[in-house]
Design a protein around this ligand. Structure first.
Ligand code: 6CS
Length: 383
């Protein structure tokens, strides 16, 4: 492991050591008695009810069922083991065996991973993006970057289109002027939103709601389900779907843990992970419409305006007659604004090139290779 990684992991190690010891002594990985199941620990970066929780819950069901009860999976939702940075650290130390590790956070440790934080690179068509991310060869190539950090990459998937929530309409970089816009801690995300004219502000996920409420920040970006789960729609009134990127995450395991698994266990794990690709695609797609319904319902119930600019064709089609009446026709607290025009999107696309240049500088020695790889996959699939 490089000196940089060692330092990175040490920074936040000591204060959690006592907690880790408690965790390990409470439920050791090795079964104490013959009939006790082996414990696999899985930490996620989101609260219950989110995409990652659905993924981990299905993983638990499949692993426990197919191991005939020999394995028990314990899920640690966001908040129980610290921030995303803490979770990755614990995965590296082997305190937990599996974790979600989003490029917005892990990109600090594996700079090439920040390619997934770039805008206007992957196709707008989610199915195409899923095909690109699920490509086994791509996963193996990224895994070469995870292994020196003591991690093994299992899967890469989208959690849905990224949406800006703000307290004013955003259609151009001028509108972003003076907007303190929260992003995850990746330097590239900071640069991306600075290039859009905002004052990009890094902040842990758990502090975003209060940050918006206390006006420490004026906006943030996340998929619809996360906006609804974290209740960001209660403290911001504009939702903009710019069609610039999806929230991409990765699922990883501890490398030593993986290497120590028997051949059968590895096969079981790999089969379950591949099955989850399709499962989670459908889950996040369903969430995009279901959770938007909930946001509109909330706007009406709380009598709080929500202005939405986005391509909502699929959402509208998903509504029953009754839902349409309740959420659209008889809801004076929702306003639909025109979707960003091709010209308006083009301005952001041009501004995003600055972040792309930065990525080539700070995205590690293989940055160009990974960027070109994704660009060419996107082109091939789109054609
Ligand atoms: O914005 C964030 O920090 C978080 N967003 C999502 C959708 N998942 C985890 C991540 O930490």
């Amino acid at each position: 492991m490089s000196l940089q990684s060692v330092c990175w992991f040490r920074v936040c190690s000591y204060r959690l050591i006592a907690f880790y010891c408690l965790l390990l002594s409470g439920c050791g990985a090795a079964p104490e008695a013959e009939n006790k199941p082996e414990i696999w620990r899985f930490a996620i970066e989101e609260a219950e009810g989110g995409v990652q929780h659905k993924y981990a819950t299905r993983f638990k069901e499949l692993i426990e069922e197919r191991s005939g009860g020999e394995i028990e999976v314990i899920i640690y939702p966001y908040g129980t083991l610290g921030t995303s940075t803490h979770i990755t650290e614990q995965l590296n130390l082997g305190v937990i065996d599996f974790a979600m590790a989003s490029p917005g956070s892990l990109g600090k440790l594996i700079p090439e991973l920040q390619v997934f934080n770039l805008h206007f690179v992957l196709p707008v068509d989610e199915r195409l993006t899923q095909r690109i991310l699920g490509d086994q060869e791509l996963i193996e190539e990224f895994d070469q970057l995870y292994q020196p950090k003591g991690l093994k990459l299992l899967s890469i998937f989208s959690e849905g289109e990224m949406v800006w929530t703000t307290n004013q309409e955003i259609r151009s970089p001028e509108d972003f002027a003076g907007v303190k816009f929260r992003v995850m801690t990746s330097p590239l995300l900071l640069a991306s939103y600075d290039a859009y004219g905002a004052s990009a502000t890094p902040m842990p996920y758990s502090e975003v709601y209060s940050g918006l409420q206390l006006k420490q920040i004026d906006g943030q970006v996340n998929p619809v389900f996360a906006i609804e789960r974290q209740k960001f729609h209660e403290v911001t009134s504009w939702m903009t779907f710019p069609g610039h990127a999806s929230f991409i995450t990765t699922c990883a395991t501890n490398l030593d843990f993986y290497n120590a698994l028997s051949a059968d266990r590895k096969t079981l794990l790999n089969q379950v992970i591949r099955e989850l690709d399709e499962y989670i695609f459908e889950v996040q797609r369903g969430f995009q419409t279901e959770r938007l319904k909930s946001i509109l319902k909330d706007a009406k119930r709380r009598q709080r305006m929500m202005h939405i600019s986005g391509d909502l064709v699929r959402f509208m089609e998903s509504l029953s007659k009754e839902e349409h009446k309740e959420l659209i026709e008889e809801n004076e607290y929702v306003e639909f604004l025109p979707v960003l025009s091709t010209e308006e999107r083009e301005v952001f696309r041009n501004a995003s090139k600055e972040a792309r240049e930065l990525f080539l500088e700070i995205g590690g020695s293989r940055s160009r290779e990974f960027l070109e790889r994704l660009q060419s996959a996107a082109k091939t699939y789109e054609e």
